[in-house]
Design a protein around this ligand. Structure first.
Ligand SMILES: *Cc1c(COP(=O)(O)O)cnc(C)c1O
Length: 342
């Protein structure tokens, strides 16, 4: 099967790490096949949950679907805040902004760990920050906005160091990295892995995510979630998306090509970048970060200014989606930079 990237409509969105090509065509067919009674009856999640468990390679009972991974982050924060008055969460910077938002919503005290200059994962600093009050440790692997991996063995060490805490491994980009901590919850019941179908599968607007953990750990989360948290469109879309493995493989291949295009551009332009395992690349463009983001936006190309994130002064984050889209962005960046130098 040959897949194509849709030409950009309403601008080229490279600022939220979405699938720039859209979902699999099979997803649209499944949505069109929804019938009148499908929308009238409360949804059943048995079949779709089994399909997700199969696709992630875990036994029945180890997956809880969520309304996007964001709902999973909220429920983890609520679970962590539940049994203690002074519960705290450790957030490793630069971090996905939702961790602080969810901690705030749940009333968790926040301990932010600043990054080293090279933005690598500060395992020893995180371990030092853990005390009895820490009930949630949020890790993103690969990191957002860095795209860097968490070192091998780090999550197991955190799980051992903080048995009273949920060690939440946010794997929003694992479809691109090809690595996963999913085997760990078998050994460590405090490890919860979060996945989303928003990014690689192109279902961001439908809202579908999953938590993977030991069934005893998931039991508390299930008490905190509403019983019908996914709508029928998300359910049918997710089933169709999981069955179209070829589309996922095609898109991940496009993203890998796009990363390489961005690296090549950076080398030619003399820009520092972080080699990424995800569908985006963090690039250091210096003082011109805000100006570059604005100049691209004027051309209908949106990238993310990350200058204000801890450790990321002068940095932008560019989604590495369909290669045709990446080429459009890089050509515009080249043009903007050339016109500045004249
Ligand atoms: C995009 C993203 C999410 C949110 O995923 P949704 O399923 O859209 O809610 C969670 N964590 C990280 C690190 C992300 O980048």
């Amino acid at each position: 099967m040959n897949y194509n990237a849709e030409p950009p409509r309403d601008g080229l969105r490279l600022h939220l790490n979405e699938n720039t090509a859209g979902c699999s065509p099979a997803v649209l067919a499944a949505l069109r096949a929804i019938e009148r009674t499908d929308t009238a009856f409360y949804p059943d999640y048995g079949a779709v949950t089994a399909l997700v468990e199969q696709s992630l390679g875990v036994p029945a009972g180890w997956v809880q679907l969520t309304n996007g991974l964001d709902e999973g982050l909220h429920v983890a924060a609520q679970a962590a805040a539940r049994d203690s008055r002074d519960a705290a969460t450790v957030i490793v910077e630069p971090a996905f902004e939702m961790y602080a938002a969810c901690a705030d919503a749940a009333g968790l005290r926040q301990i932010h760990i600043p990054p080293p200059a090279d933005l690598s994962f500060p395992l020893e600093d995180v371990l030092r920050a853990i005390d009895g009050s820490v009930r949630l440790v949020s890790i993103t692997d690969p990191g957002n906005p860095t795209g860097l991996p968490v070192p091998q063995g780090a999550i197991a060490r955190l799980a051992e160091a903080a048995p009273q805490a949920i060690v939440f491994v946010d794997e929003a980009y694992a479809d691109f990295s090809g690595r996963t901590a999913i085997p760990l919850p078998d050994r460590y019941r405090n490890v919860v892995v979060g996945r989303t179908f928003a990014k690689a599968y192109g279902l961001a607007a439908l809202r579908a995510g999953a938590l993977v953990a030991h069934p005893d750990t998931l039991a508390l989360f299930r008490r905190l979630l509403p019983p019908y948290n996914l709508n029928i469109a998300a359910v049918r879309a997710l089933e169709a998306a999981l069955r179209d493995r070829a589309y996922l493989d095609w898109y991940v291949g496009e993203s890998v090509q796009s990363r390489q295009l961005i690296y090549d551009f950076c080398r030619r332009a003399g820009l520092v970048y972080w080699p990424s395992e995800a569908n985006f690349v963090l690039v250091h463009v210096g003082d011109e970060a805000a100006g570059l983001v604005d100049a691209l936006a004027q051309r209908g190309i949106f990238i993310r200014d990350k200058s204000r994130a801890p450790g990321c002064a002068g940095c932008v984050r560019i989604t590495a989606g369909a290669s045709a889209h990446t080429r459009i962005c890089l050509a515009a960046m080249e043009d903007i930079r050339a016109s500045r130098q004249n």
